[in-house]
Design a protein around this ligand. Structure first.
Ligand code: ZN
Length: 268
C-alpha cells in the first residue's frame, strides 16, 4: 500500500519506529517515564511535528519477526531503532532483511544504545563500542555542522540535556561522512553524538542522547532532531539496482575480439 498522497510526486514519508520494549515493562524508572514505551513517544513526536507529510507505525521485539516482516520493511522509508538489553535476541534473518533494505535506500536512525545493535555493527563493520557512565550528569550537545538539515530549527550553538548517561570517546566507528553533533559531559568526556553514514543507497544517522531512565525523548530539541533526521534519511535519487548486471550486447561496437571463458563467471 503506497503512502497517503501528500502530492502525487511526493507521497508521505513512511517511518517505522522499532523498540525492543523491555525496560519500560520491567523497570520502574523507564516505566514511569515511558509508560507506553519509548517507541510510542518517538512515534507521537514524529506525527505531531511532521503532520500529514509522514505516516508512522511502530514495531517491537516480541511481535512475530520482531514486527519487521518483509512487507513492513517494503513499506518503510525510514526505520528508527532503539535496543539495549536484547540485541542478541534479534534474529539474524531480520537483521539480514533490514540490512538489505538499507542498501536499497531505506534510512536508518540508530538511537542511543543501538550503537551495539546487530544491524548497526553490521553496517559499520567495527565494534561500535564506547565508554559510558550513568551518573545523571549534564550533556551539552554542540552543533558542529550548523547548515546540516538535521540541525535545522535548533536555536543557538548547542542545547543541553540536564541529566544524561555519558557516552564517551573513543567510539569505535568508521570515520563518519558527517558529524552534526559533538557532546561534552559534566564529567569531562566528549563524544561524536550525531553522525551520518551512507551504505549502499541508504542514509544512516546515529544519535546518542536517549537513555531509558531519563525523559530525553520528551525533550523538544531531541524530538526536533529526530524529526529532522527522519526527513533527511528519506530515500532519495533514482531507482536503485543493487545486483551485478551483465550488459550484453554492448551499446556501441567494441573493436577487440575476445572470447569469454564462461567457466570463470560461474560460482563454485
Ligand atoms: Zn543507556
Amino acid at each position: 500500500m503506497p503512502g497517503k498522497n501528500v502530492s502525487e510526486d511526493f507521497p508521505a514519508l513512511r517511518v517505522t519506529v522499532w523498540n525492543e520494549f523491555i525496560h519500560e515493562r520491567t523497570a520502574a524508572q523507564p516505566k514511569e517515564i515511558y509508560p507506553r514505551g519509548i517507541h510510542a513517544v518517538i512515534a507521537e513526536a514524529l506525527r505531531r511535528r511532521l503532520g500529514a507529510t509522514v505516516e508512522v507505525c511502530t514495531a517491537t521485539l516480541d511481535e512475530p519477526e520482531h514486527g519487521l516482516t518483509a512487507g513492513v520493511l517494503a513499506r518503510t522509508d525510514v526505520l528508527a531503532w532503539w535496543g539495549h538489553a536484547a540485541h542478541e535476541r534479534v534474529s539474524d534473518a531480520v537483521v539480514d532483511r533490514v540490512h538489505r533494505r538499507v542498501l536499497e535506500g531505506m534510512g536508518l536512525l540508530a538511537l542511543h544504545s543501538a550503537h551495539a545493535s546487530k544491524i548497526f555493527r553490521r553496517l559499520m563493520g567495527t565494534s561500535c563500542m564506547l565508554r559510558w557512565r550513568e551518573a545523571a550528569e549534564k550533556e551539552r550537545v554542540w552543533i558542529v555542522d550548523p547548515s546540516h538539515p538535521i540541525a535545522g530549527g535548533l536555536d543557538g550553538e548547542f542545547f543541553e540535556v540536564p541529566h544524561t548517561e555519558m557516552y564517551g570517546e573513543y567510539f569505535d566507528i568508521p570515520r563518519p561522512d558527517e558529524i552534526v553533533f559533538i557532546s561534552w559531559y559534566e564529567g569531562g568526556e566528549v563524544f561524536r553524538s550525531g553522525c551520518t553514514f551512507r551504505r549502499g543507497k541508504g542514509k544512516i544517522f546515529y544519535f546518542s542522547p536517549g537513555h531509558e531512565t531519563f525523559p530525553i525523548y520528551h525533550d523538544d530539541r531531541v524530538q526536533r532532531v529526530l524529526a529532522n533526521a527522519a526527513r533527511w534519511a528519506a530515500p532519495a535519487g533514482a531507482t536503485y539496482f543493487g545486483e551485478g548486471r551483465r550488459i550484453e550486447p554492448p551499446l556501441s561496437p567494441i573493436a577487440a575480439k575476445h572470447t569469454v571463458d564462461e567457466s570463470l563467471h560461474r560460482e563454485g
